[in-house]
Design a protein around this ligand. Structure first.
Ligand SMILES: NC(=O)c1ccc[n+]([C@@H]2O[C@H](COP(=O)([O-])OP(=O)(O)OC[C@H]3O[C@@H](n4cnc5c(N)ncnc54)[C@H](OP(=O)(O)O)[C@@H]3O)[C@@H](O)[C@H]2O)c1
Length: 328
């Protein structure tokens, strides 16, 4: 496993990490979560991603119980959580990054995770109704109390991130160190245009999500929706159109000869592709069973085999003319 700096921050994250969205509590109890986390940790993963909203807080409870079972040295791994959507419908409790919500939110997360601190906290989405100064001060104060060490943004516009970094620098407050954008062969927008400029200029990190587009890039949806897949889960039927879209499925199928030529699976090819982006600090993988973790972790051996020619062929399949040109 290689470790990459989280942007300009001193901390280093394993290039592959492991997250709990959808899976923990819905598909995995604490025992299975511990087994999957253990498989990831043994492969070198040091970063485990979570969010307050995942399974309405239960994902944090499952991860907390799993961590307790695993008993790892606390300094050997990083845990994150995120705030925005909240857990209750109260006027100040939903879709907000107000100071009260954030300061109360961290206490709830720590309790559910059974941890004294998390390493990273994210503002899960921007909140245009709260002054960014208020959110910045709240994140700064959480860090100053030792309840978290670093903070980041998720799916914020480049201009919003630049604004908060500049404010933080002007007032000597803890600045955010990383973005958490979606990134896979289908969703590349957050690494083009303005984003590239500020990853470069501001040394911002990127902990990227859904490398397999929720499983579509594994090829397992080509014969229809498998019964035991994410798209069949209660509450995730919104994924079904995406997973059965003919155009998308054709692109996945076109990747098959590339994967077999490299002697790897489609999942490994797709995760390795994310690793080739130099602005990516870590690719957050997800899994519903231990075998998937084992398979996905081998993507790190596939990444060095992705030559510029293979990357160009992938761009062609996805209708991207020239990534270099697009990025500059
Ligand atoms: N910041 C944000 O807004 C945000 C949003 C989403 C996710 N995230 C983070 O990113 C993490 C990863 O996202 P994700 O779970 O969507 O990642 P993903 O890699 O796109 O999808 C993971 C899912 O694909 C299936 N899968 C994985 N490996 C497989 C394999 N080798 N063979 C067959 N199926 C396989 C599994 O689902 P089934 O087996 O159930 O089909 C698994 O749960 C999340 O856990 C979370 O931490 C963040």
């Amino acid at each position: 496993m290689q470790y990459r700096h989280l942007g300009r921050a001193g901390i280093r994250v394993s290039e592959l990490s492991f997250g709990s969205w959808v899976t923990f509590s819905n598909q995995a109890d604490a025992n299975l979560a511990a087994d999957m986390m253990s498989a990831a940790y043994e492969a070198g993963v040091n970063f485990f991603d979570n969010a307050e909203v995942y399974a309405s807080g239960k994902s944090e409870e499952v991860m907390g119980a799993a961590l307790k079972q695993l008993g790892w040295r606390r300094s050997s791994y990083l845990v994150s959580t995120k705030f925005y959507w909240g857990l209750h419908d109260g006027v100040n409790e939903r879709n907000t990054l107000n100071r009260k919500r954030l300061l109360e939110g961290i206490n709830g997360s720590l309790k559910r995770l059974q941890l004294e601190y998390v390493d990273l906290i994210f503002c899960h989405r921007p909140d245009p109704t709260t002054p960014v100064e208020e959110t910045l001060w709240a994140m700064h104060n959480i860090i100053e109390t030792g309840k978290a060490f670093y903070w980041g943004t998720s799916e914020w516009a480049a201009s919003e991130i630049v604004q908060v970094i500049e404010l933080a620098e002007r007032h000597h407050l803890h600045r955010p160190v990383t973005e958490q954008p979606q990134y896979n062969m289908f969703s590349r927008g957050r690494f083009s245009g303005d984003y590239v400029r500020f990853y470069k200029e501001y040394g911002y990190g990127a902990t990227t999500w859904s490398p397999l587009a929720s499983g579509l890039l594994t090829g397992k949806y080509k014969g229809g929706i498998p019964k035991d897949s994410r798209a069949m889960l209660k509450g995730y039927d919104w994924l079904q159109d995406r997973m059965t879209d003919k155009d998308r499925l054709a692109k996945v199928e076109a990747l098959e000869p590339l994967a077999s030529g490299l002697g790897c699976t489609l999942a490994q090819l797709s995760i390795a592709w994310c690793l080739k982006n130099p602005f990516v600090s870590t690719v957050i993988t997800g899994a519903s069973r231990v075998e998937q973790v084992h398979e996905n972790m081998k993507a790190m051996d596939v990444a060095p085999k992705l030559t510029p020619e293979i990357l160009a062929q992938i761009d062609e399949i996805f209708g991207v003319k020239n990534t270099e040109e697009e990025d500059d």
